[in-house]
Write a protein that binds this ligand. Structure first.
Ligand code: MRU
Length: 350
């Protein structure tokens, strides 16, 4: 029995338009936005209405199709130039999560041999749907691999939301929890609230509660206390970009979790699909970190909590160095060292 029935899908493609679950309204309201154009999809990505690396990749794939669908030329070269501009427009929406660029580049590449504009449009639509369908199977494989590192009764700490709604289904870091529940294991979770926009409080705690998985919410500054005083068997987080050497960008606050995990000798796992691995970048130092609007820090929703004009830092992600990561869990398997070698081999096998 799946525990995921209570969780709405992040994205629904109806053949003409993309329905996007508005994650900014969760957990209070379950509302879908109807995206009819590339600009609608881009805006939803920028505003975090759709978020989580795999989900924004899938949304962008449909966004590209919604853009190219309306290109009026029948000259293939003109079509390609315009498609390139559309792809760049989508990629600029959020620079850190590589899945976005990965998805739109893949669609452009797969349509590059098309002989006509109509054929190219069809390939882009068909491949966007295929990516969406494949993501669920990928997440399930990640979950099954991750489950081999856990046991019945395990307590897992996670950060941000790398769950079903951050993907097509199951999630990455949360996939083993959903699968453990399906198996009838007594698994439980701790979720950090994840300032500044509370993906842990609003999304992860809600998603796990919906699935009947016991979850305890804590603020980000309680993790030291938690690891010192309570039984936590593993920390599992998602990823937005993993470089060739295994350095991992994930939601801001992940690095401090990894440092604490190292101090308290608790396994620190990163769960992510191969589409999050960017072997074109050697180390995390080269990852562009998205800086977001100051209002996310000075305000909680509409409520201002800081003085007018205060200087603010708001990086959306940080980079955890590979030496703090116990293992990276993918659909292909689990890697604990020699990341570059394994990632290159997997890249060549594709
Ligand atoms: O800014 P967000 O909410 O898109 O950040 C999301 C995260 O950092 C997730 O942990 C990451 O994308 C992995 S999603 C499966």
């Amino acid at each position: 029995m799946t525990t995921l029935q209570q969780i709405p899908e992040s994205l629904q493609w109806n053949g003409e338009t993309l329905n996007i679950l508005d994650q900014t309204k969760l957990p209070l309201e379950i509302v879908y936005i109807e995206a009819t154009s590339l600009q609608d999809v881009r805006e939803a990505i920028v505003k975090l209405q759709v978020r989580g690396a795999p989900a924004i990749g899938l949304a962008a794939a449909y966004g590209l199709y919604l853009g190219v669908r309306d290109i009026e030329t029948d000259k293939i070269e003109e079509f390609r130039e315009q498609s390139r501009r559309f792809a760049d427009e989508l990629i600029s929406a959020r620079p850190t999560a590589v899945n976005l660029a990965w998805a739109v580049e893949k669609l452009l590449q797969l349509s590059s041999d098309a002989q006509s504009v109509a054929e190219a449009k069809f390939i882009i639509m068909e491949e966007a749907i295929k990516l969406h369908l494949a993501d669920e199977a990928t997440c399930k494989e990640i979950g099954e691999n991750a489950l081999t590192l856990l046991h019945d009764g395990a307590a897992v700490l996670t950060h941000c939301n790398a769950g079903s709604i951050a993907t097509s289904r199951y999630g990455t870091a949360l996939a083993p929890l959903h699968l453990a529940k399906e198996k009838g294991w007594e698994i439980s979770a701790f979720a950090t609230e994840t300032r500044p926009v509370f993906q842990g409080a609003r999304l992860t705690s809600w998603e796990l509660k919906q699935s009947g998985i016991p979850v305890t919410l804590l603020t980000d500054n309680m993790v030291g206390y938690l690891l010192q005083n309570k039984k936590v068997d593993a920390i599992i987080v998602g990823a937005d970009r993993i470089t060739a050497n295994g350095d991992t960008a994930n939601k801001i606050g992940t690095l401090q979790l990894a440092i604490l995990a190292n101090y308290y000798q608790i396994p620190f796992y990163v769960a992510a699909p191969l589409s999050t691995i960017d072997i074109s970048i050697e180390t995390g130092k080269e990852i562009v970190i998205e800086q977001r609007d100051r209002s996310e820090v000075t305000n909680i929703g509409d409520l201002q909590i800081a003085p007018d004009g205060i200087d603010v830092l708001n990086p959306a992600f940080d980079v955890t160095p590979n030496e703090l990561i116990t293992a990276i869990i993918t659909e292909n398997g689990i890697v604990t060292s020699n990341y570059r070698e394994t990632f290159l081999r997997w890249g060549n096998e594709e």
